[in-house]
Ligand binder design. Structure first.
Ligand code: ZN
Ligand code: ZN
Length: 385
């Protein structure tokens, strides 16, 4: 055996220097971090596969492919799927450096994704702008922005396709003019009757059926980021959904789902039910002036699922011993997150305002007379400032 291990070129090898290339959001190609060479790759044209929900395997059961590895955080137990070349030094969720190679498989492979469009540098700029807009944010967060801790993580989402059939009952309301008589007394004390017109509604019972094929019903594949935080960086432009190829995740981490696909279908049904109720209301409204939906019974047929990845940049910092997150949409740059307010900073601002007011009162007393004060308020303020 030779002392020098032969390095086998892979699809990720740089053609110029042999370095490991990563996905570059700016050019949407592979880029060599050492020499800057770019290499295009073929995005597949075929449509993603969808699988029957009745036969969905447990999370561990399916192998993604042999090019991927799983890294696990010993601290918060988050698991990440990486391409063979990518290394994760710290956990994007809790900042711990206790990352270990996991023996379990990477699980169900993604079928489609929205590629990162924002570079890490652009994400840092967006984060910086967001911090500037929050003047009372604690220094701990501001430091984190400088400390270079933003990581690009693809978020797993279970996407369902459903042939939904809804039977609904409701009421149609048609408007009509209602003549209401009323009595007026004129100047001579004579009474007479006049009528005014009000709007009345005539209600009738109605029922019907709607059949709709719903695509892209999305629910979370991981519960590590609170749903409301993730919602706050929506929407994604779904027209950019593209077939998964491994090049898109080179240099990034994908969180391995920790929410079961069958379990989450119950949640997705709730989303479908709400959409169908809205469609029923629209259908009733098309017949009349007002609509009341009384009941909607929805049956689900031919339910299929696939794993979709959405790009997020994560900035994690510890505050009061808990990891807190600021999220940056990896496609649009929308920022949202936990912004701990520093009592010191708020206190300082209150003190400045009090000092200014104190100065104003002192000036008022020194010059005397409220009339003068209010006439010359602008001038007083200018003097103080
Ligand atoms: Zn290179
Ligand atoms: Zn962790």
């Amino acid at each position: 055996m030779s002392d020098f291990e032969q390095v086998r070129p892979t699809p990720f090898s740089c053609p110029a220097c042999g370095g490991r290339m990563v996905f570059d959001p700016a050019s949407q190609r592979l880029k060599c971090p050492y020499c800057g060479a770019l290499k295009p790759f073929q995005a597949e044209r075929e449509t993603p596969n969808e699988y029957d929900i009745r036969f969905a395997p447990p999370l561990e059961d399916q192998a993604w492919d042999d090019q991927t590895r799983v890294a696990r955080c010993e601290s918060c137990k988050a698991e990440f799927v990486l391409t063979g070349e990518t290394v994760l030094k710290t956990c994007p969720y809790c900042g711990s450096a206790a990352m270990a190679e996991e023996q379990s498989g990477p699980g169900i492979a993604p079928e489609n994704l929205i590629p990162f469009q924002l570079t890490r540098k652009q994400a840092q700029e967006k984060f910086g702008q967001w911090l500037k807009g929050h003047i009372f944010v604690s220094r701990a967060v501001k430091k984190e922005a400088v400390r270079d801790s933003i990581a690009g993580v693809y978020q797993p989402r279970w996407t369902y396709v459903d042939d939904a059939e809804s039977k609904y009952m409701g009421r149609t309301g048609r408007h009509y003019d209602l003549k209401i008589p009323y009595t007026v007394t004129d100047r001579d004390g004579k009474e007479r009757t006049e009528t005014r017109t009000e709007q009345g509604t005539r209600w009738e019972t109605v029922s019907g059926q709607i059949n709709e094929r719903l695509e892209n019903v999305m629910t979370e594949g991981s519960d590590r980021i609170p749903g409301e935080l993730f919602d706050a960086v929506q929407p994604y432009h779904m027209s950019r959904l593209t077939r998964y190829v491994p090049e898109y995740i080179a240099g990034f981490a994908c969180e391995k789902p920790n929410v079961d696909v069958q379990e989450n279908w119950k949640k997705a049904q709730g989303i479908v039910d709400r959409r169908m109720a809205a469609l029923a209301e629209r259908e009733i409204l098309a017949l009349a002036d007002e609509a009341q939906v009384q009941s909607v019974q929805t049956s689900h047929y031919d339910v299929r699922y696939k794993l979709t990845l959405l790009p997020i940049y994560l900035c994690t910092f510890m505050y009061r011993k808990k990891p807190r997150h600021v999220l940056i949409n990896g496609q649009t740059g929308r920022v949202s997150g936990y912004a701990p307010i520093s009592p010191l900073r708020v206190g300082a601002a209150v003190l400045i305002v009090l000092l200014l007011l104190g100065g104003l009162v002192w000036r008022f007393l020194a010059t005397g007379g409220s009339e003068y004060m209010f006439n010359d308020l602008g001038g007083r303020l200018r003097m103080l400032l």
